[in-house]
Design a protein around this ligand. Structure first.
Ligand code: PBE
Length: 296
């Protein structure tokens, strides 16, 4: 009887342990198959992050947007491409990644990411009257995606932003002089705000060189997109050429439009969206859910 009792206890124990293990395994399996896919993003304040949250809602994506930075996203992409792994990132053009890797945008049938974007120049109210010459240069600053790509690639190849911008300005004096026109700077300080996106690091450093050639002093101030719009609207910053519109930063623009000046377009034909390597065999955001296991 005694032995039987012990055997019973052992048997019940084994059953219990097996049950716990089995349930654990099944639970584990369930969570693996219901695990969200990952979209590699950049810093939370960027317009493209808001657009991507909207895309997740509108398309009902079983994906988590992972916050990172412009540089972090690029290094994740570089790693994945090296290993031939599937990856989806928040991407934009102009950007050197399209020159470095074979990439494509996923179709966006709902149009969440807008169509063609432009990069705008914004100024504080009063900048034009306080510093007419500097405002005029800003209003004439206009170049192409290819121009910008030259500077971005030079930086990506290892040059400092300052040197890459200097070389661009030296090699494109006709263009630079067309921006400067007959403005003779009075040595005053222009405070230029920007966000540390590769595209804006390139453009803002060029603008800085142009202002310096025209006879101004400059200060570059790197901030997130939200504080950037806010600081231009309060007048703490004179200007910026980091505005992606009409869609990317619509949230910020809607909030601050009345308190700042839209000076003009510095570049047309920009684009944002979800970007994957060419070897990823889907072509639309609609196909992300059925392939989420490959994007984990
Ligand atoms: N970007 C690059 C920015 C603008 C430039 C697309 C990351 C954004 O606000 O999302």
């Amino acid at each position: 009887m005694k032995i039987k009792k012990q055997t019973m206890i052992v048997l019940i124990g084994i059953c219990l342990i097996s049950f716990i293990l089995f349930a654990g395994c099944t639970g584990g399996d369930q969570s693996a198959s219901s695990q969200n896919g990952k979209i590699i993003g950049i810093e939370p304040g960027a317009g493209i992050m808001q657009n991507t949250e909207d895309a997740i809602t509108e398309y009902g994506l079983d994906y988590t947007l992972v916050a990172s930075s412009s540089a972090g996203m690029a290094s994740e992409l570089t790693k994945a491409v090296k290993d031939g792994k599937w990856i989806v990132v928040t991407g934009w053009t102009p950007h050197w990644k399209f020159a470095r890797f074979d990439l494509k945008y996923l179709d966006d049938p709902k149009g969440i990411y807008g169509g063609e974007e432009y990069i705008g120049a914004l100024a504080r109210k009063g900048f034009e009257t306080d510093n007419k010459g500097a405002y005029e240069i800003l209003s004439r600053f206009h170049w192409t995606a290819d121009d910008m790509a030259m500077v971005m690639l030079a930086i990506e190849d290892g040059k400092s932003a300052e040197v890459a911008a200097e070389e661009y300005v030296t090699a494109h004096q006709d263009q630079v002089l067309s921006w400067i026109g007959d403005v003779v700077g009075d040595g005053s300080l222009i405070k230029i705000g920007y966000v540390l996106w590769d595209s804006e690091i390139a453009s803002t450093n060029v603008l800085k060189k142009v202002y310096e050639q025209a006879g101004y002093k400059t200060q570059l101030i790197a901030v997130d997109a939200g504080p950037l719009y806010q600081s231009v609207s309060t007048g703490d910053l004179d200007c910026t050429i980091s505005a992606w519109l009409p869609q990317t930063q619509a949230n910020y623009m809607n909030k601050y439009r009345d308190d700042l000046v839209e000076v003009g377009k510095t570049l047309e034909g920009a684009k944002i969206g979800l970007v994957v390597p060419e070897y990823v065999t889907i072509s639309s955001i609609d196909e992300l859910n059925s392939n989420k296991d490959k994007f984990q």
